[in-house]
Write a new protein. Structure first.
Length: 652
């Protein structure tokens, strides 16, 4: 029914254009001969009508003039109309020339007709849009819409206003703009004035009875966006904002993209610029395997890798529920992509090998890891088995099966680690470094800090605590952390993977560190509450293995710039694979025989000399970890498995 309605509208528009084309031809003759009575030229005029109609309407159709919606017509549509009119005129002149009749026609009439067609057809379309916008404006003026204020008089703000004016169903009544650009002061956009700057928001909201503020600043710096959001929040009016430019598909700004503000907007970073050609080169048409595919980073990797048209996406995940979720998401969003859901554990060499032999991946993103610091402090055996043994297994088999590129996801906690999780990730980095150059597989490591809203991170915790009425728990008043959004982290991981040639440790630019207590206060304020009045902030003390702040470089590492301004690279380090293999064999032998003891701590420190298992690390004065934090019952350790003989580190 909808298709029939659309075709009917297209026919009506074509009939309207046909009438206007004939009218334009008639007016061109009238202007050329100075009379509305064509007298001796009437026969020529009538004989020309079929040719003009067929050519004009055919060219208009070919240029897509009957696919657009008049209520959204803009400059690009008018440019298309000019192109189509010009091409049509050229065709008409060419046909008359081929049939030897061009000399019978007044040449100036072609130019006059070209101009009149543009005026008539363009004017009819603009007139319709004007009618719709006036109708929408009248509806708002009669109280049928809510008063809105748009923050940002740039391109995004203009596009938002244009869609509002062209869609009466939105029921928005714009009162104007605010913008900090002095050159835009008192200027108008589509008839709506820039009423002031962002510091005038409270006054304007009260003066114009604003009920909703739309923040259209997708590329604003984090500091400016934070100030504006807090100012808007202080008005008590509902707020919606556009996400960062990187989250907007192809940079298209629409009202549907507006959402309630989130804490990420206060910590927002500059949009990521990707070399999509380079990323596409190593992902397009390839079989890509992602371990930990159901996790925070792994699932986003699946979604973003899928956009580069891989041949096949192998989802390797041990959580049935997480695997089901990401598979369903991919099947809905990318129905043509072949997705292979594999329940498996990287600590199970047989399962990993069967997966690699069946699907033969050409790229592997290794995101499977335990990452929660306090939990790993009391479950150190599992941290070592999953993050170290699992990495060895998948890296070893990737090399044996000739995987082209292996990208390991690491963390800033691997730098001068003060906890077992960080130490295991550092060993994982060493494992990848030791395998690089031993086969055709390029082993690349990407190191970065905390990601916003990942499972187990501080922001979801603060949200739950605010919902319960507090208190918000912060471990230390001076603790800082680096943050980036999950999409940004994944985009840079893919970019680093494209840049890597093997052996590099890429370090993502995390921006400025954020003070956690400031983050807590902002989240309370943005919830409409007052810190330490409505909701308390309680300091609980540093947890086992926790630093006051994280670092991104270990001792002796030299950082170098790359072609991407948000990706740095540490100099390649030489890792003796045979020696590392011997130490890892000894480590796992002790684990399986004794559980976790101080001898194991000593062995980990032998592999990672900079490992200092105490709060705050070498630059703080935290309390030492209790040995009880590292104890694990022999019953659980007896179930642990050493690296199987086939893939024993002693043999490699």
């Amino acid at each position: 029914m909808m298709i029939e309605s659309t075709r009917f509208k297209q026919i009506i528009v074509m009939l309207s254009d046909a009438i206007l084309v004939v009218l334009a031809l008639y007016l061109s003759y009238s202007l050329r001969f100075g009379s509305i009575h064509l007298s001796g030229h009437m026969l020529q005029f009538v004989q020309t009508i079929p040719l003009v109609l067929v050519v004009r309407l055919s060219v208009f159709y070919a240029y897509g003039l009957y696919k657009g919606m008049w209520r959204f017509i803009g400059v690009r549509d008018l440019i298309t109309l000019i192109k189509a009119t010009t091409v049509g005129s050229i065709f008409i002149v060419g046909i008359l020339f081929l049939f030897g009749q061009i000399s019978q026609y007044p040449r100036s009439s072609f130019i006059i007709s070209w101009f009149i067609i543009i005026v008539l057809l363009g004017g009819s379309r603009l007139g319709y849009r004007l009618f719709r916008e006036l109708k929408t404006h009248d509806a708002g003026a009669k109280g049928q819409g809510i008063n809105i204020l748009i923050v940002g008089a740039g391109r995004a703000g203009e596009q938002i206003l244009r869609e509002i004016l062209g869609n009466c169903r939105l029921r928005y009544n714009p009162v104007g703009f605010v913008d900090d650009d002095r050159s835009s002061r008192h200027m108008t956009i589509h008839g709506y004035q820039v009423l002031g700057n962002t510091r005038d928001i409270r006054k304007i909201v009260k003066q114009w009875n604003v009920e909703l503020i739309l923040i259209a600043l997708p590329s604003a710096p984090a500091k400016a966006k934070r100030r504006i959001l807090l100012t808007c929040k202080s008005t008590g009016v509902k707020i919606k904002t556009l996400p960062a430019v990187g989250e907007l598909l192809e940079g298209k700004v629409k009202v549907s993209a507006l959402r309630d503000f989130q804490i990420e907007d206060l910590l927002g970073r500059e949009p990521v610029k990707l070399d999509t050609a380079a990323i596409g080169e190593y992902l397009r048409g390839k079989t890509v395997m992602i371990t930990g595919a159901g996790g925070s980073i792994g699932s986003e990797l699946c979604r973003q890798v899928a956009q580069f048209f891989p041949k096949r996406l192998v989802l390797f995940e041990r959580s049935e529920f997480n695997l089901y979720q990401i598979q369903m998401n991919l099947m809905e969003t990318f129905p043509e992509l072949e997705t292979c859901a594999v329940i498996g554990d990287v600590m199970n060499p047989a399962r990993v090998e069967r997966t690699l032999s069946r699907y033969m991946p050409e790229v592997i993103f290794h995101a499977a890891a335990y990452k929660h610091v306090p939990l790993m402090e009391i479950n150190p055996v599992e941290a070592l088995r999953n993050n170290v043994m699992g990495t060895w297994v998948i890296a070893d088999l990737a090399r044996n099966y000739g995987v082209g590129k292996f990208v390991m996801i690491s963390t800033d906690k691997a730098v001068r680690p003060t906890n077992i999780m960080g130490a295991t990730k550092r060993i994982g980095e060493l494992i990848c470094g030791s395998f690089n150059g031993t086969g055709k597989t390029q082993f690349v490591t990407v190191r970065f800090g905390n990601v916003l809203n990942s499972v187990g991170s501080v922001i979801p915790l603060f949200k739950r605590q605010i919902e319960k009425g507090g208190p918000l728990t912060v471990t230390h008043p001076e603790i800082y952390r680096y943050f980036m959004t999950i999409p940004e982290a994944v985009q840079l991981i893919m970019q680093a993977g494209a840049m890597g040639r093997g052996g590099e440790i890429f370090i993502l630019d995390m921006g400025e560190p954020v003070k956690i207590v400031t983050l807590a206060k902002d989240m309370i304020t943005l919830s409409g509450l007052v810190p330490d009045v409505d909701i308390k902030i309680v300091f609980t003390g540093l947890r086992p293995g926790e630093k006051l702040y994280e670092e991104l470089l270990t001792d002796g590492e030299e950082i170098k710039s790359t072609l991407h301004d948000k990706i740095k690279v540490a100099g390649r380090e030489e890792v003796e694979r045979t020696l590392l293999a011997e130490k890892l064999d000894e480590l796992f032998l002790k684990l399986n025989q004794e559980g976790f003891t101080q001898e194991i701590v000593a062995k980990v420190k032998e592999i990672v000399p900079e490992f200092q298992p105490e709060n705050g690390g070498p630059r703080t004065h935290g309390q030492s970890l209790r040995s009880a934090s590292y104890e694990l019952s022999r019953n659980s350790s007896q179930n642990s498995q050493t690296i199987p003989e086939k893939h024993s580190t002693a043999d490699l």
